[in-house]
Design a protein around this ligand. Structure first.
Ligand SMILES: CC(C)(COP(=O)(O)OP(=O)(O)OC[C@H]1O[C@@H](n2cnc3c(N)ncnc32)[C@H](O)[C@@H]1OP(=O)(O)O)[C@@H](O)C(=O)NCCC(=O)NCCS
Length: 156
């Protein structure tokens, strides 16, 4: 199967396909939601000939702004991070490396923007996501939110 990866813009056919894929994993609400504290929202899709089979939404943001914390300023600029707001691969396409490739592309986008770290959160039930994050070298931070863990990886 030939999978292509692309950045997806709103109001396109690819965007519509991506939202449908996200909906199948109950994540459509995270694709379109406005996130006022973020500076940029990027959407990545994995496509086979027919449809979107995987997706990742990446927010670029100043570290701490979402919790109204003062920014950490280094060399006159606030430290920024990538935050993965939505991430999934349709069940029939799992264990083919698509999720790992989406994560690698997200890390590339973060590095291009000078982000210090990349971060995400997921419920404790998402066993395959934990396995993927451990393989990619993420650290784990327990959270009170929805019985979940945060995953954090520095990019410097
Ligand atoms: C998490 C998810 C995106 C992974 O997508 P994927 O395309 O299957 O992942 P990959 O094929 O790139 O797997 C990369 C690595 O992750 C680990 N992994 C992935 N799925 C795994 C599973 N079911 N069991 C054990 N390890 C697993 C493996 O180390 C794997 O590498 P390997 O195949 O060389 O052993 C997918 O399982 C998914 O959509 N799950 C439901 C939604 C979800 O949990 N989203 C994230 C949190 S909101």
């Amino acid at each position: 199967m030939n999978i292509t990866f692309a950045e997806v813009q709103p109001h396109t056919r690819a965007y519509h396909d991506l939202v449908q894929a996200a909906d199948q994993l109950d994540q459509a609400k995270y694709i379109a939601a406005l996130v006022p504290h973020s500076d940029e929202s990027l959407l990545l899709g994995a496509f086979d000939d027919e449809q979107c089979v995987g997706f990742l939404r990446l927010l670029i943001q100043v570290i701490g702004r979402e919790y109204a914390r003062s920014p950490i300023v280094v060399a006159s600029a606030p430290l920024r991070e990538g935050y993965v707001e939505a991430f999934g691969v349709l069940p029939a396409h799992r264990r083919c490396g698509i999720g790992q490739r989406l994560q690698a592309l997200a890390i590339e986008l973060c590095r291009e923007r000078g982000c210090y770290q990349i971060r995400s959160r997921s419920p404790i039930t998402s066993v395959e996501n934990y396995a993927l994050k451990l393989k990619l070298g993420y650290a784990l931070q327990p959270s009170h939110e929805n019985d979940s863990y945060y995953f954090i990886k520095t990019l410097s």
